[in-house]
Design a protein. Structure first.
Length: 276
């Protein structure tokens, strides 16, 4: 189905972003073994980091092409930016601490202890992927694109229509994704096996930017900006696991961690308070 060309101006420029080394150049030595292990963890997290994962997601479900793809929070865009202060936990985080947060929120699991083999391998993988990049300079294609605020407020019904038209083929009519040989191929977008309310993807600005640049898979930048905001709203207007920082009430937890129009946590949608 064709879409109006109006939103093309906000599409990420296909320009000159950093090109990570090919997997074939992973060194054949002990350090290379850690890099290769990091890649395995990244692409099959439930198998290689089972003790720390609480859902069926893999790292590459949000960081596409094994963490290599520009505009989908690639690892080569993240590694050179740490240590960095994060407002989310109000202190300077190392890259390893940032990885811990991914396990706690996106994977709805628990943080591997610092120095754990899982974190060492993932950090080795990201370091190898980022070699020859400048430190502390955000490269083009890092993170998720930031879309302009939509002309119309994001809408559940419009988002549902976009989902049925462009997303359900891969993620299923009920948003629970698809698994092949006990491995998630297309991730669940809500429910018990998805990311929890503490994950960055629960924010509409993050989700809409990721969707616009990368979805439908292989056809990024074909949705309008409004479509991306609407379907992000539809996705995040469904229940998911509780924020691990829960303060005993949805109201208090929203006040502490979700007090932004980009979060639907604690918001009433279709007669239900999300997060309860």
């Amino acid at each position: 189905m064709s879409h109006p060309p109006a939103a093309a101006t906000s599409a990420p420029k296909a320009a000159s972003h950093f090109e990570p080394p090919p997997d074939s150049s992973i060194p054949q030595d002990d350090f290379g073994k850690q890099i290769a292990l990091g890649r395995q963890i990244f692409t099959d997290t439930g198998r290689y980091a089972k003790a720390y994962v609480g859902n069926t997601l893999n790292c590459e479900n949000c960081h596409l092409d094994a963490g290599r793809l520009a505009h989908s929070a690639p690892m080569w865009g993240a590694y050179p930016m740490y240590p960095a202060y994060r407002a989310k936990n109000r202190h300077v985080n190392t890259f390893a601490e940032r990885l811990q947060g991914c396990f706690q929120y996106s994977m709805n699991g628990k943080a591997p202890p610092l120095g754990d083999d899982v974190l060492v391998a993932l950090e080795a993988y990201a370091y190898w992927m980022s070699k020859n990049e400048p430190i502390g300079v955000a490269p083009p294609g890092h993170g998720y694109p930031k879309l302009p605020r939509p002309t119309q407020a994001p809408d559940y019904a419009r988002g549902e229509a976009v989902f049925k038209r462009d997303c359900a083929l891969c993620h299923g009519d009920n948003g629970q994704g698809q698994r092949v040989a006990d491995r998630t191929v297309f991730p669940p977008l809500w429910g018990a096996q998805s990311f929890n309310w503490g994950a960055g993807m629960e924010r509409l600005d993050n989700a809409s930017g990721f969707i616009k640049a990368n979805m439908p898979l292989g056809r990024g930048n074909t949705l309008t900006d409004q479509d991306a905001w609407d379907v992000a709203y539809f996705m995040n207007a469904h229940e998911r696991p509780q924020d691990p920082r829960f303060k005993g009430s949805v109201t208090e937890t929203r006040k502490a961690y979700h007090d932004t129009p980009d979060s639907l946590y604690g918001v009433t949608v279709n007669g239900k308070v999300l997060g309860e």
